[in-house]
Design a protein around this ligand. Structure first.
Ligand SMILES: Nc1ncnc2c1ncn2[C@@H]1O[C@H](COP(=O)(O)OP(=O)(O)OP(=O)(O)O)[C@@H](O)[C@H]1O
Ligand SMILES: [Mg+2]
Length: 253
């Protein structure tokens, strides 16, 4: 049984079909690439999986359970997290504080009671978890730095650390490599593999083809909201329709 099944999903915004009858399945343990030109519907797909938007038609199944129609927090509780295309860190807080806030938000605890020290047990558990995920993502040396002071690579690592605080089964990563230099890209590829090896299935939306081809064994291609093709990196690299989609101009936002 696949971990995630997208079944005939369509999403319309007025007259625009952001997704049209898209179906694919992601196996447990994969790093799946989800690629396509600008406006292809990749982020829309993520929003629909995570419950921030509902499919107009179709069904999304996770671990054998239909999740389309569920609220975002219910889907998060089932083990799906998303890292965002745009930065979502608290820039004026430290690395540790960002992770701690992440822990409390994920655990549905009252952040104020946590900050005021009203629940010592939960507070100490959250601190342990925050330190654990920061160490896992190689941020131990930076815990007292402000998020705003971090280089791009570490900002992205912190966003992933926060996503890991909930112990997810599936992570949806939206353009984690955007704007990175080659060294940052190399490090993020290593970290992505490490997260995957720790038992997290990953769907990776990314325009950096070197990263996608290097990380994914299988790639799903969207174009104008439809499923263009699927295949191994080698198959995708040589697919005429994929080359045409990327060269042929795209629908801009
Ligand atoms: N809330 C919305 N209302 C109206 N149209 C939307 C909305 N969200 C997305 N769209 C449109 O749906 C299409 C798909 O957008 P989406 O953001 O999913 O593309 P994408 O594949 O993530 O592109 P990019 O690679 O540029 O991030 C675009 O034409 C976009 O303008
Ligand atoms: Mg997008």
């Amino acid at each position: 049984m696949a971990l995630l099944e997208i079944k005939n999903v369509s999403k319309r915004f007025g007259g625009l079909a952001a997704l049209s009858n898209v179906s694919f399945a992601v196996e447990q343990g994969e790093i799946r690439g989800l690629i396509g030109p600008n406006g292809a519907g990749k982020s829309t797909m993520f929003k629909n999986i995570a419950g921030f938007s509902q499919p107009s038609e179709g069904e999304i199944v996770f671990s054998g359970q239909t999740i389309s129609g569920y609220r975002p927090h219910t889907i998060a509780d089932l083990g799906i997290v998303r890292t965002f295309q745009e930065t979502t860190l608290f820039q004026e807080l430290t690395v540790f504080e960002n992770a701690l806030v992440g822990c409390h938000l994920q655990a549905n605890t009252n952040i104020f009671s946590a900050v005021l020290g009203l629940d010592k047990h939960k507070q100490s558990r959250a601190r342990d978890k925050a330190l654990e995920v920061l160490e896992f993502m190689g941020l131990s040396q930076r815990i007292d730095q402000l998020a705003s002071e971090l280089p791009l690579g570490s900002q992205r690592s912190l966003a992933i650390a926060i996503a890991l605080t909930s112990g997810p089964k599936l992570m949806l990563m939206d353009e984690p490599f955007a704007g990175m230099n080659p060294e940052e890209t190399r490090q993020m590829m290593e970290l992505t593999r490490k997260v995957n090896k720790s038992g997290v299935t990953i769907v990776l939306v990314e325009h950096d083809m070197k990263a996608v081809m290097g990380l994914c064994e299988y790639i799903t291609v969207l174009n104008f909201g439809t499923l263009l093709t699927e295949g191994t990196p080698e198959e995708i690299r040589h697919n005429e329709a994929v080359i045409e989609a990327y060269l042929g101009g795209s629908r801009k936002h």
